[in-house]
Each structure stands twice: as C-alpha cells, then as structure tokens.
Design a protein. Structure first.
Length: 586
C-alpha cells in the first residue's frame, strides 16, 4: 500500500480514537482499518488490568480462528489467560517495552512451545507492539504473519503509530472513570455557571459574571480564596495591562495579586506552588495555590488562581481548566454580542460568528508574497468553519499557516482562535516551520485532548530574497505546484507528520522548494476534494488540478468566480458539504 493510503487510514483511525471515550467499542474497527493497508491478515490485543501481570486478557480476537476456541471468553472484555504460558519474546516486549518481531516461530528459540498454536492458527511469524502508559506496559498488540508475508520498515512504522493511537484510546478509557467523578463534582456548580452565563448575556455585566465564576471555583475546589484576572497583551503575547480583576472574597484581591508577577513570568500553563514566601497582609491559611493561564486571543490572556490550605489534586487542576475554558468561551460570546450592538445590519449571532471567521482568515496582509499575488476562496459549511489561513511578515520572510480543524461550528471557531493566537506568537521567534508546529502542538495538546479534536496544518516560510519556500506538514495535503510550462510539479519525498492534537510528543520535519520557476502554488483543505456529485463521485485531487490548469491564465476575479461556479454545479447535496478553503499564490 502507498504512504498516502496509510496516512489516510491513520487520520481516520485518529478521528475514531479522538471521537470515542471507550476503547472496547472501537478496538475491532481500528484493527480492521490497520489490516487494510499492511500485510498481516490477523491481529489481536491483550491487556493487563490493575497492574496484575499474572494474567493477559485477550480483549480483541475477532480476526483469529483457533485461539478464541482455545481460550474462550470468560470475562466482560475477553479471555483471562495465565501470562506464564506466553513465549519468552512476549515477556521481553512487556519487560523492555520494545517491539519484537519473530519472523519464524519454528526457528526462533524464544518462541519455544508456540509451534502447535502457530500451526493451528495458520501463522509462521509474529510482530508484537507494546502499549506503554506512564512508563508501564499495560498490554500489547500481536500481528500474525503467514508464510511469505514480511513487514517492511514502512509497515512497522505505520503499525507503531496505530499502536500509539490505541495506547491513547486505552488511556482515555482509563481516565473516563476519573472524568465521570469530576463531572459529578462539578454537577453542583452547573446551576450557578448557567445562571451566571444567562445573567452575562442579559445584563452585559462582566464583573457580576466573573464574581459568580470565582464563587464556583471556591465551591468546586474547596479553596479558601480565588481570583480571576484578565490582561491585555501586545502582538508578541506579553502582558501590557490589567483589564479586570475579581477575587472571592473581595478583601483577598490585593494579596492574591501579589502572586501574579511570578505567575506571569512563568512559562508553565498551570502549576502547583508550595512554601509561599509572600508576606500577605489580610489573608491567612494559605499553604498552596494552583493557577491556570489561558490565551483567549492575541490581545487577551486569562489567569485563574485558587489558594488554600489543602493539597491540590489533578482533579482540582482539571476543574480549574474546565472552568477557565468556560470563562473564555463566555467572554468570546459576550464580545460577539457586543459587536452585534455596534452593527445593526447583522441579523443574528451566526452572522457575527461568520464575520469573526473572516477575521480569523485575515486577508489584509496576504498581498505581500513578493511579486506574486496571494488570494483565497473560503466557504464554511455550517456558517462557522474550522478551515483557516493566516500569514505574518517577519523580517524578510512571510510566515504562513493553513489548517483544517476537525468539526464545524463554535467549537472549531474557538480552536481556530487558539491556533491563530499561538501562531502569531510563535511566528515571531521560531527559526523554522517545524519548530512552530512542535511548539504549537505542545502548547495546545492538553486543550485539544480535553475537547477531543485535532487539526491538520501546513506551516511555511517564504524567503523574499532567495525566492525559496520551506514548509512543514502536520497531516495536511501537500500543495499543488504548476511550473512555467503549465505542468503539475510532482513533489518528491514529501513528509506528512501527525496532525496537531494527536500525540503530545509529535516531531516534524521541513521540505525546501525553489519557487523561481513556479507559476502557481495552491494550498487547500480537504473540503474541495471530498465534495460529491449526484453519482457520489468525489471532486478529488484530479478535479482540483484540472481546474487550476484550466484557469492558469485567468486573473484573481475570474478564478474565484469560476471556482464558485464549479463548486455550485458539482455539489449535489449541500448539507453534506465540508468547509472549503483554497489559497492561491499566483
């Protein structure tokens, strides 16, 4: 199978994992999709429960024939098997946390005793991939190889990535119980949060709203004191002034604000602190505090802090994070409503959100791409979309990003705002596109993970002096390039990394292009490719390439008009259409 097919399956598996909080509901589907693009025809999954390595539970065996009969299901999720009966190389996988591949069961002494099982199940080799969470092996996946089957390096890399995603799904499932407890803990505060939100929209009193949220923080985390601060920031992300400060109780405000200089300087998004050295004047009983910093947009930063004499737990931190997200979303909605007051011709909230989407794809700086003209076509599927393009002038280069956030509506718009804010900051000091992607992924991963979304992206540097473009890819489609002879340029050795929000430790690489002989470059999201006609045929890469070549001599106005007409005439069911964003460098 090609690398494109593998990446397509990997993205689909990623979507399945991020869309579910139950590994057991999706495990068989993940295995099936994995086996669609690699040589093994069979695979299974074993898990250890409660740090008990005496038994390996066979929780996924639907691809097998003989083994399920030998070890019939005797528990909720599968068969409970004595781990001592497994061959030596399986124990190596668990103990060393490394992939082990046995090409021939009958020749490898580590597989002694497995011969009869291999004959009955019909395999000759076995590749075993560990699931490791917090330094512990919690299970493993076995891929069975028939005679003549062999795993290539690309196969092993692909299966390892699937294994990582399955590990993520297992981790999500394990955390689910903790999340349920957290939800139960928050339940008593939901009424107050809803009441505060309704009051904000009806009275437009931000101070009252934040006071209620500060009270919710106290109640939910069992704290003595809480403070919510909203700061103005400059284009570099540095705090330049305080917009509003609210504390509960009121008299604690000045003392709690004495903690802020250290927090503002900190590079940590959230942290626990002990052994406070600040000489408070009015407040007592503080042994610890926990804070959370949240970039609402490029002009605003939120800091939420709780303090008391307790030891703050992970649940407390998650609670503060969740409430901070609620505050940020409410503030964004509040600002949208404020804009509605200023623009009487806007009919409803959705129109405001659509205007906000256009602001996120800011075209004011797009015409600075050296001697080439840069313009775009954007049409969200559900009024507010998750596709965006943004660019910044930095010294002698243009730094740009094109991204596709999973989903539609307010959530995707919220994620777009976060990504754009992070990009604006990173683009000013990062030395390479891959550095921006790595730091953006590290910075946003926890938020993406909590909300259950991810985003494909391309970040690029365009050097105006050298007329050279460098790009780094996070699971996105590569651009289409057309040379001076009006021919499609095939991009060799392209590398598509993991989308942002899938793996906290994702790494990325860069590709360099000389664009002196390039007549047109087209960046795009998958909406243009996946739109379908009445026969359920997709527009596809071929359709987009054909459109670009047919319009290569046209100007901006005609290209945008022709693209709209092409989309309108091609799409059969408008309800099923995805966001469409196409960026032209011509």
């Amino acid at each position: 199978m090609s690398s494109v097919e593998r990446m397509r399956e990997l993205v689909e598996i990623s979507q399945i994992v991020t869309g579910s909080d139950n590994f057991y509901e999706i495990k068989d589907l993940i295995i099936t999709k994995m086996l669609n693009v690699v040589h093994p025809t069979k695979a299974c999954v074993n898990l250890f429960y409660g740090n008990d390595y005496n038994y390996a539970h066979l929780v996924c065996s639907s691809m097998l024939d003989y083994i399920p009969k030998l070890f019939p299901k005797n528990e909720k999720y599968g068969s409970k098997i004595d781990f001592s009966v497994y061959p030596k190389y399986i124990h190596e996988v668990v103990e060393k946390k490394e992939v082990v591949i046995v090409e021939n069961i009958f020749e490898d002494e580590r597989a002694l005793g497995e011969e009869e099982l291999a004959v009955n199940e019909g395999y000759i080799g076995r590749a075993v991939f560990p699931f490791v969470i917090n330094g512990k092996t919690v299970g493993f996946m076995s891929c069975y190889l028939k005679s003549g089957e062999k795993l290539s390096d690309e196969d092993i890399d692909f299966i390892s990535q699937v294994s990582s995603l399955m590990t993520l799904s297992i981790s999500i499932t394990e955390k689910n119980d903790g999340i349920k407890k957290l939800i139960k803990k928050l339940r008593n505060s939901i009424k107050n949060i809803n009441k505060a939100s309704r009051q904000l929209y009806s009275t437009k009193d931000m101070f009252y709203y934040l006071k209620k949220m500060a009270s919710v923080l106290l109640e939910t985390t069992d704290s003595e004191y809480s403070i919510i601060n909203i700061y103005n920031t400059n284009t570099q992300g540095a705090i330049v002034g305080q917009k509003i400060s609210v504390a509960e109780p009121d008299y604690a405000m000045n003392d709690l604000n004495m903690l802020m200089p250290e927090i503002i300087k900190s590079t940590e998004t959230y942290s626990h602190k002990k052994e406070l050295k600040v000489d408070f004047k009015r407040i007592k009983n503080i042994e610890n505090y926990v804070y959370y910093k949240f970039i609402i947009n490029t002009e605003t930063e939120l800091i939420v802090l709780c303090a008391g004499n307790k030891e703050y737990s992970t649940d407390d931190r998650n609670t503060i994070t969740a409430i901070s997200n609620q505050i940020a979303l409410s503030m964004q909605s509040y600002e949208y409503l404020a804009k509605q007051e200023m623009h009487k011709d806007i009919d409803n909230d959705l129109s405001i959100l659509k205007s906000q989407q256009k602001l996120l794809i800011n075209g004011s700086n797009l015409a600075t791409f050296s001697s080439k003209e840069l313009f775009y076509y954007n049409d969200p599927a559900k009024v507010v979309g998750g596709d965006f393009f943004h660019a910044n002038d930095v010294e002698n280069r243009l730094v740009f990003i094109i991204s596709d956030v999973m989903g539609h509506g307010i959530v995707s718009n919220y994620i777009v705002a976060m990504m754009k804010g992070a990009f604006d900051i990173l683009s000013r000091y990062a030395k390479s596109p891959e550095e921006i992607l790595i730091k953006m992924n590290n910075h946003l991963f926890s938020e993406f993970d909590k909300i259950g979304v991810y985003a494909t992206s391309i970040v690029g540097f365009y050097d105006r002096t050298k007329r050279e473009m460098v790009i780094s890819n996070a699971g996105h489609y590569m651009p289409i390039m057309i040379d001076s002879d009006d021919k499609i340029v095939k991009i060799k050795n392209s590398v598509r990394g993991i989308p942002i929000g899938i793996d906290e430790d994702s790494t990325y690489s860069s590709m360099r292009f000389d664009v002196n002989d390039i007549k047109e470059i087209c960046f795009f999201t998958d909406g243009i490719l996946e739109m379908k006609n009445k026969d359920e045929n997709e527009f596809g890469i071929e359709g987009l390439e054909r459109f670009l070549l047919d319009n290569i001599e046209n100007d901006k106005k005609d290209i945008l008009s022709n693209l709209k007409n092409t989309i309108d005439s091609f799409v059969f069911n408008e309800e099923k259409r995805d966001d469409i964003l196409v960026v032209f460098v011509k």
